[in-house]
Ligand binder design. Structure first.
Ligand code: MN
Length: 246
């Protein structure tokens, strides 16, 4: 017992010493003199890591439109798994991109695991933010209100087109409102693709996104995606959407 305890302590000390020395390693490999020898090491230390943003409200905050159990499973199982898997892929494949923007702009070069889980990680962080807590505006105002009226005629017409995009996405995917160089566009993507990916047909900065995977609504709505989409339209956090129109 005593021997194994001593060994444990020795190993712990070694691990601590290694951790403490890592800033020195970073300093050394980042020096221009060592660039050539260490090109494989730098990415693993500086590489992008996705993290799961905290849910900005309670699991039952969006009831009855989105039920507590769906929100819990969606956040803690589905989303958490995308985060874990994309970070695994970044580490295992030594993916060197350092920003989300760069990662998605090169999506066509990523492995399916990195691309699909990276999309899932980002899309859900975005999705939680653009849904409302009780206090947020229930309609877009200011420049976003003007832009929606200018592009689609009215908020009602916008909702019709957005719903159409959500309903005609066959299988799993997302409906989007994007800002494409000052022009608002509605469209959809398959799987966990998003409009920031170079591989996406719809391109632009996401302003609003709706998850139409069955895991987002099946417990409460079963096959009635139309009811889910209609109710979801009442839960949009228009203040958050407006912030993204810059
Ligand atoms: Mn989802």
């Amino acid at each position: 017992m005593k021997t194994s305890r001593r060994k444990f302590i020795e190993n712990s000390l070694k691990a601590t010493a290694l951790t403490m020395s890592s800033p020195l390693i970073l300093t050394t490999i980042a020096s221009p003199v060592n660039n050539i020898a260490n090109t494989n090491v730098i990415p693993s230390l500086l590489a992008l890591q996705f993290s799961q943003a905290p849910l900005p409200y309670d699991y039952k905050a969006l009831e009855p439109s989105i039920d507590e159990k769906t929100m819990d499973i969606h956040y803690n199982k589905h989303h958490a798994t995308y985060i874990k898997n994309v970070n695994e892929a970044i580490a295992a494949e030594k993916i060197a991109f350092t920003t989300e923007k760069e990662f998605f702009a090169n999506a066509s070069k990523l492995s399916p695991k990195a691309k699909n889980n990276g999309g899932g990680a980002w899309n859900h962080n975005f999705f939680w933010q653009v849904m409302s807590a009780a206090s947020s505006s229930k309609a877009p105002g200011g420049k976003l209100g003007d832009a929606i009226n200018g592009s689609f005629g009215s908020l009602e017409k916008f909702k019709e087109q957005f719903t159409q995009a959500a309903m005609t996405r066959f299988g799993s995917g997302w409906a989007w409102l994007v800002n494409d160089n000052g022009k608002l566009k509605i469209g959809s993507s398959a799987n966990q693709d998003n409009p920031m990916m170079d591989s996406s047909d719809l391109k632009g900065t996401p302003l609003l996104g709706l998850d139409v995977w069955e895991h987002a609504y099946y417990l409460k709505y079963q096959n009635k995606r139309n009811e889910y989409v209609a109710n979801w339209c009442n839960e949009v956090n228009w203040d958050e959407v407006t912030k993204r129109l810059v």
